[in-house]
Design a protein around this ligand. Structure first.
Ligand code: SAM
Ligand code: SF4
Length: 339
């Protein structure tokens, strides 16, 4: 990347070098905090059609190329569930082949992970984050509406054995739902090189829970983890983003905290998000978004689209206003924004 190149820098001097792309807003499970339980049948990848309103792979590649020309060097594929979109394994090597990308990562619920691992590896995916909120089969089914824990665990083990590094396990911690499993998740980092990420639940979507969902502050989780040993902070890397990282002494893996509600989360935010329907979002927790798909389909040039990226970067808010006492109902679903 040339040093005199125009880059995505916001008005608070944050360099936005990380683009998260939601590949589809559809999912094969329905987590209580993300999707309504409205009887949507469990979609398999074969069932997914390419709808006009979602970006085609060609369009995603074009936008990724433009973002890279503006300094983006990391892309994460997310969703909905990215592994259910038809053609994803053929698309990935085309994306990772784009010059200027440092890495392409994937966030998945892990249901189809094991069967796709080999293709993800040859497609040069570097990092895989797997969302898992319970290690108990019944509870997993209660949280997701799907009896899939064994599949997810097999995907996690397979990813480790295939040498993906790191394999991150993201747990959204909810009071009275799964907070009694914090130590069990943390223990996974002792013997295996897993990075366990505790994420504060964010009250931003319609939930399908029987009880009101509440986050558990990261400070309380840290306190509990004291029972397992001493957490040693890991010095921040420029690529870390908003996570705080720790390690138990002698552990093979790591512990991380994403604390959108209780911690200083925004100053380190280096992200832009591209929704499955082609909108660019400067902030996860704000409804502000700018259409790229419309102009692109109406003949905008690469320069025009780069201009939209640059303008949108300048509107990235300083910080979000979500607190433990208020909730923000995002008009777009988390699954189309990509979390
Ligand atoms: N389906 C994939 C998965 O679950 O890994 C990718 C999409 S999902 C929207 C991305 C991440 O957002 C997941 O780790 C999920 O747990 C997280 N997420 C979704 N809704 C959330 C909420 N209300 N609070 C905190 N995290 C949330
Ligand atoms: Fe699907 Fe991921 Fe949302 Fe769960 S968090 S319903 S797996 S998109």
């Amino acid at each position: 990347m040339g040093t005199n190149q125009i880059q995505l820098i916001d008005q608070y001097d944050r360099r936005l070098n990380y683009l998260r792309i939601s590949i589809t807003d559809r999912c094969n499970i329905q987590c209580i905090y993300c999707m309504p339980r409205n009887g949507i049948s469990k979609l398999r990848h074969e069932d997914i059609l390419t709808y006009e309103e979602i970006l085609t792979y060609e369009e995603i590649l074009r936008l990724a190329r433009i973002a890279i020309s503006l300094g983006v060097d990391k892309i994460r594929l997310t969703g909905g569930e990215p592994l259910i979109r038809k053609g994803i394994c053929e698309f990935i090597p085309r994306l990772t082949a784009l010059a200027g990308l440092r890495e392409v990562a994937l966030t998945t619920n892990g249901i189809f992970l094991k069967e796709k691992l080999a293709k993800l590896k040859t497609g040069r995916i570097k990092r895989i984050n797997i969302s898992l909120d319970s290690l108990h089969r019944d509870r997993y089914e209660k949280i997701t509406g799907y009896d899939g824990l064994e599949l997810v665990l097999a995907g996690i083990k397979g990813a480790r054995e295939m040498g993906f590094n790191p394999v991150k396990i993201n747990m959204v911690v909810m009071e009275g739902v799964n907070d009694d499993e914090i130590l069990d998740f943390a223990r996974l980092s002792l013997e295996h090189p897993y990075h366990i990420r505790f994420i504060e639940y964010m009250p931003v979507s319609v939930t399908s829970s029987d009880i009101p969902l509440r986050h558990v502050p990261s400070s309380l989780i840290k306190e509990q983890l004291g029972k397992l040993g001493k957490l040693v902070p890991i010095p921040r890397d420029i690529h870390d983003g908003p996570a705080e990282r720790f390690k138990f002494e002698e552990a093979h893996g790591e512990i991380g905290f994403i604390s959108p509600l209780t911690h200083h989360f925004c100053p380190a935010c280096n992200r832009l998000r591209l929704t499955s329907s082609g909108y660019l979002r400067p902030c996860l927790l704000s409804d502000q978004e700018v259409d790229l798909e419309g102009p692109m389909r109406n003949g905008a040039s690469d320069e025009d689209l780069a201009g939209i990226f640059l303008k949108t970067a300048l509107t990235k808010p300083h910080s979000h206003h979500l607190t433990s006492k208020n909730s923000t109902h995002l008009s777009a679903k988390m699954s189309s924004i990509g979390g």
